[in-house]
Structures are given as structure tokens and as C-alpha cells.
Write a protein that binds this ligand. Structure first.
Ligand code: 13P
Length: 254
């Protein structure tokens, strides 16, 4: 079975000033200008969204945000709405990242955000993943199922949805020596997520929903991870901060 087009997304987290973002984009565009077979997304911090949006015009790179509120507008100090992200040119939004779950986001809030994103034509990159403790106790599949069912409650049609499998224990947190999941462990989790989606939405929809891997993906391991049958791309943190290393990951798509 041919794989769908892979998606490689950069999650810059709380990194890069506007100036640094502009210089990254100008270098990165040159490095990937001949690549046609991969969908590339860059998710900068809110402060750089506008300028990155301008820099990406006419390129084959899409823009994404790292979070959003589920309301369109209102008295929500410090929040950003789906309307604002659409206006600025975002195509994607990362939702439910474990670093946000750690600071209090739960599945029910993430569910509201997923629904709002889809209603506004934003493609959610929904992050799910188990902690080290959960994996140690054999609870990986239960946790993935629990998160996925709750975060996708009342989502009738998953068109546009991307699921990112991000095992919390594999996320680098800026440490370049952190180990990723093995390709076998990652593939097992992706296949499990695919089966869950199949149960929820049917075989065709599950086959057409991209499930991407995040957690210490880097040039050294990207090729073997991306070659696995159920891994449809990557969500890259630390290694996406450098234009050359992010371009190498994009090039690792077979
Ligand atoms: P790292 O690539 O730095 O491990 O980050 C992964 C991640 O959290 C992407 O959302």
C-alpha cells in the first residue's frame, strides 16, 4: 500500500525572536526548494506568526500555531483565537502538547479546541502520548486510547486531523542526546492509534489520517522512523531549530 504524502512539522516551542525566525526561513527555503514530495509546516511562537506567514508566501511551506483558545473572541487575557490564526494564514495548529498538558490542559479542554479548529478549517495536530511511568507499567495503549477517545469526542469527521504520537519520555526538552523511541516501539503505537481511528471512523478515514511521530527525531534517526509503514511524518522540536538539520529531516522522507 502506498503511503500518503508525509508531513514534517517544526515545533519551535518558545524559541526564536522575529529576527531569528526570518533568518531561519530564508536559509531553509533555499535548502528545500527542490523538495516536492513532502508537506512541510513551521509552527513558530505567536509573536513570529505574522512575519513567518509573510516570508512563506509563494513557498511550499505551510504555517502552524502551537496552541489556541476554543472561543472566537472574548475576555480571555493572553489567549489567541482560531479566527486570529486563520486571519494570519495558519493552516495547522498543534493541540494538546504534553508541555501544555503539564501546565494544566486536560482532554476535555483539548477536545473543545479540536472541535473549534475543525469548525474554522484549521487542521489540528493533536498530540497524544504516554509518560515513562505509564509505559513502565504496561499502560501505553490504555493511555493512548483514553486520550484519543476523549480528545476526539463528538468529532464526527476527522478530515484534516493529524495525530502526533509523542511519547513524553522521548521528548528532548532541548537535550540533543535524548533518545527517540525505537522504530519498532513507535510503529507499534502508530499502528495501535490507526486501529483506534479505524474503530471510530472506519478503515478509509483511518487510512487517510496522518499519524506523525514526535520525540527526539533528528537527522540521525529520521530515515528509519519515517520508513515505518504507519509513520506518516514527524513533529520535530529541538532539531527543527537549525535550518540544516530540519532540512535533513525533510530529505529523509523516502
Ligand atoms: P523534540 O524533537 O525536541 O524531542 O520535541 C518533540 C516535540 O515535543 C515536538 O512537539
Amino acid at each position: 500500500m502506498a503511503k500518503m504524502q508525509q508531513l514534517i512539522a517544526a515545533n519551535w516551542k518558545m524559541n526564536k525572536t522575529i529576527k531569528e525566525a526570518v533568518s531561519f526561513i530564508s536559509e531553509f527555503k533555499k535548502l528545500i526548494k527542490n523538495i516536492k514530495n513532502v508537506e512541510i509546516v513551521i509552527c513558530p511562537p505567536f509573536t513570529s506568526l505574522q512575519v513567518v506567514s509573510n516570508e512563506l508566501k509563494g513557498s511550499n511551506i505551510d504555517l502552524g500555531a502551537q496552541n489556541m483558545n476554543f472561543e472566537d473572541s472574548g475576555a480571555y487575557t493572553g489567549e489567541i483565537s482560531p479566527l486570529m490564526l486563520k486571519e494570519i494564514g495558519c493552516e495547522y495548529v498543534i493541540l494538546g502538547h504534553s508541555e501544555r498538558r503539564e501546565s494544566g490542559e486536560n482532554d476535555s479542554l483539548i477536545n473543545k479546541k479540536v472541535i473549534a479548529a475543525l469548525n474554522h478549517g484549521l487542521k489540528p495536530i493533536l498530540c497524544v502520548g504516554e509518560t515513562f511511568e505509564q509505559r513502565r507499567h504496561g499502560g501505553t495503549e490504555d493511555e493512548l486510547e483514553d486520550q484519543l477517545l476523549k480528545c476526539l469526542k463528538d468529532v464526527a469527521n476527522p478530515k484534516g486531523l493529524v495525530v502526533a504520537y509523542e511519547p513524553v519520555w522521548a521528548i528532548s526538552r532541548g537535550n540533543p542526546s535524548q533518545k527517540a523511541a525505537t522504530k519498532a516501539d513507535a510503529e507499534d503505537a502508530h499502528l495501535f492509534i490507526r486501529k483506534l481511528l479505524e474503530g471510530m471512523y472506519g478503515e478509509e478515514a483511518a487510512k487517510n489520517t496522518r499519524i506523525i511521530y514526535g520525540g527526539s527525531m533528528k537527522p540521525e534517526n529520521a530515515k528509519e522512523l519515517l520508513a515505518m509503514p504507519n509513520i506518516d511524518g514527524g513533529l520535530v522540536g529541538n532539531a527543527s531549530l537549525d535550518a540544516k538539520s530540519f532540512a535533513e529531516i525533510v530529505e529523509a522522507v523516502g
